[in-house]
Design a protein around this ligand. Structure first.
Ligand code: FPP
Length: 302
């Protein structure tokens, strides 16, 4: 598997999968090397890695500067795909993939704060995902329960004034997940500097249908007339009603489809597909996506 799919903070297993020597072997080689007379010593074995790491960091710094010198998208939406394939590629099961996916989301949120992206919306669990293996669904639900509670108490969330919200059919979620979401939303509801939205038990068609049902109820009760319903009005009835449409939608894992995500909202979004699995998504991948967005001309049909 290509090293680029693994990412930079590797466990021994991931280092092996990426073709990197394990740290113990490196330490042993260094010991042997040091026992040789100075004139016969070899250069440290991973000198090339040190050089490539330094070059990589310089490239990353350069990209950050480039991206920050131009207008960044206000709203970025991400289809986080490839947790299970990532896990499988390093000999682990789906739970490990989802845990690494959770960790990656934290990292990406930090990159958004650094770049000045104000709204991040991620597709974390679709209505269709409920038909996965029961143990897998249970594990993901446990991750949601733990992490919404943790996020509600997280100092970084409060320091950066991040409002966290969930988009989706809450009635489909187990009680403890719904409670943990409510806890987190209540603790962050007054912030609007940054926003993190998680689409959970989400389906784009379902979101549109839900809006139509609400409109029909209001029309039946005489609260609205059909001629009052224009695009702006309809947008406000969606789960994303109080935020702008996404400027950029990106999907990881090499799949190039939208999978029922933000169907109404994506009308003029720029799309970007990257072939790394979500847990292996690197800061440079994120910055390249923003740079690509900045290089495009958005005409919105004009
Ligand atoms: C996508 O990869 C992942 C999901 C559909 C499920 C859960 C998402 C996370 C655990 C990240 C966010 C977590 C928290 C707690 C906020 P996949 O399972 O579809 O992988 P595959 O495409 O390789 O099958």
């Amino acid at each position: 598997m290509p090293a680029c799919l693994v990412g930079s903070t590797c466990s021994p297993r991931e280092r092996a999968a990426a073709g990197l020597p394990c740290r113990r072997r490196l330490a042993f080689r260094e010991k042997v090397n040091k026992s040789r007379p100075r004139c016969e010593r070899q250069l440290p074995v991973d000198i090339s890695k040190i050089i490539s790491d330094a070059a990589y960091q310089a490239y990353e710094r350069n990209l950050v500067q480039h991206v920050k010198s131009r207008p960044v998208p206000e709203h970025v939406a991400i289809i986080m795909d490839g947790n299970r394939r990532f896990a499988e590629s390093i000999g682990l099961g789906p739970p490990a993939g989802h845990e690494k996916g959770r960790d990656k989301l934290e990292e990406v949120l930090e990159w958004c704060l650094e770049a000045g992206v104000r709204i991040l919306t991620v597709y974390a669990f679709s209505t269709e995902n409920f038909s996965r293996d029961t143990d897998e669904v249970r594990h993901i639900m446990r991750l949601f329960t733990e992490n919404f509670r943790r996020a509600g108490d997280d100092k970084r969330v409060h320091k950066n004034q991040i409002r966290i919200s969930v988009l989706g059919r809450r009635d489909m979620l187990p009680k403890e997940v719904a409670e943990s979401i409510e806890y987190c939303e209540a603790k962050t509801k007054d912030y609007d500097k940054y926003r993190l939205n998680l689409a959970i038990a989400y389906g784009g068609r379902e979101e549109i249908l839900e809006a139509i049902r609400g409109l029909m109820r209001d029309a039946r009760d005489g609260k609205i007339a059909p001629e009052n319903i224009d695009e702006k009005f309809f947008s406000r009835r969606l789960w994303t009603g109080d935020m702008p449409d996404p400027d950029l939608i990106l999907r990881t894992s090499g799949e190039e489809r939208i999978s029922n995500f933000l169907l109404w909202q994506l009308a003029y979004s720029e799309l970007y597909f990257v072939d790394v699995y979500w847990p292996g998504f690197r800061k440079v991948d994120f910055l390249r996506a923003i740079r690509s967005y900045q290089m495009r001309q958005r005409r919105r049909g004009k």
